[in-house]
Design a protein around this ligand. Structure first.
Ligand code: ADP
Length: 349
């Protein structure tokens, strides 16, 4: 199990501290007599820190465990082992009632506004529901209706539409409804799980701008989950690249994009489309061989070795731990080596 100390934020200054997080799911067979026949290793030893007001992005291809980490962070699922410490409080030490209370501090926005909003509820009841669960969190002197109208206004929705239903809104507007609901309890941290992946590119930019404005206005910290490096680089202060349940590389967004050291990060970045068509046609592309192995039967040693262009015997035998590379960031690789300018001109921020 890989473990690492934080790359930047000191533990004491972190709003969120994650250590050696592991989540295994049992694979069950049988209809009447269910029997466990295996284990899916969805998350295997993930550690990171998030400083107040910062955005840490979890990036990696589908199935690498990003959403599972997101669900563990907000207490929707319990980890197999490891700890999630939100503003100094370890979630594992809380009773269900205390956990419900603590979840005010850390809210989640989900990818698909079509399925995450109840179609039978009005926008007013969707956004106002957190106030039903936590009545004391209604802003002073406001009725629920007033508080909902203010939230709608803040996320760019017309408050006159509070009696409408989700299907009467566009995809981008529905995502704004999800954002308003997540903001209702004035959280300190928002986990945004692929918040713009289901939206058209033009709408994506608007929602990204809204998220960045809200971060600055409310002093929010984000864990931003996405498979798309082009989206992540717009918002991230730090990036954790995940592969098959583990962190492959972690560091400041600028450094990691300008000088990736892990072969998997290098492959991810070399696939990012570049705006200049000539550069796009002529730049080096790193194509990975093989398919993503199953997390039910992950490769021994470095989980990436079966697809790695640098793999040697040690990679199949020994799991590399995260260690400092090239200055300030960390990579879990036996043969780290920087590559430059794979994604065009360092970070776009
Ligand atoms: P990502 O968000 O990066 O696409 P996920 O966290 O959704 O990845 O999934 C990681 C792995 O865990 C996948 O192989 C997925 O099939 C598996 N997984 C996720 N949730 C469950 C579950 N509830 N039961 C069994 N396997 C799961």
């Amino acid at each position: 199990m890989a473990s690492t100390e934080p790359s930047r934020a000191e533990s004491s200054g972190s709003i969120l501290r994650v250590r050696d997080l592991v989540k295994n799911y049992p694979i069950m067979r049988g209809v009447v007599f269910k029997k466990q026949v295996g284990t899916v290793s969805a998350v295997d030893g993930v550690s990171f820190d998030l400083a107040p007001g910062q955005t840490l992005a979890l990036v990696g291809e589908s199935g690498c465990g990003k959403s599972t980490v997101g669900r563990l962070l907000v207490g929707l699922e319990r980890p197999t082992s490891g700890s999630v410490v939100v503003d100094g409080v370890d979630l594992a030490t809380l009773s269900p009632k205390q956990l419900l209370e603590k979840r005010r501090d850390i809210q989640i926005i989900l990818q698909d506004p079509y399925t995450s909003l109840d179609p039978r509820m009005t926008v007013s009841s969707i956004i106002g529901e957190p106030f039903e669960i936590h009545p004391k969190s209604l802003p002073q002197g406001r009725t629920k209706r007033q508080a909902v109208a203010e939230l709608m206004d803040r996320v760019g929705l017309n408050p006159e539409f509070l009696s409408r239903y989700p299907h009467q809104f566009s995809g981008g507007q529905r995502q704004r409804i999800g954002i308003a609901r997540a903001l209702a309890l004035r959280p300190k941290i928002i986990v945004a799980d692929e918040p713009v992946s289901a939206l058209d590119v033009s709408i994506q930019a608007q929602v990204m701008n809204l998220l960045m404005d809200l971060r600055d206005d409310f002093g929010l910290s984000y864990v931003f989950i996405s498979h798309d490096v082009s989206v992540v680089r717009q918002i991230a202060d730090e990036i954790a690249v995940m592969y098959l349940g583990r962190v492959a590389e972690l560091g400041s967004a600028d450094q990691l994009i300008a000088r990736p050291n892990h072969p998997y990060t290098q492959a991810l970045l070399s696939a990012v489309p570049l705006p200049d068509p000539i550069v796009q046609r002529t730049r080096e592309r790193i194509t990975l061989g093989g398919d993503l192995p199953s997390p039910a039967d992950p490769p021994a040693g470095c989980r990436f070795h079966t697809r790695c262009f640098k793999a040697q015997a040690i990679c199949a035998a020994e799991q590399p731990v995260l260690r400092p590379v090239d200055g300030a960031h960390v990579a879990a690789c036996h043969f780290p080596e920087p590559m430059y300018d794979l994604a065009g001109g360092g970070s776009a921020r």
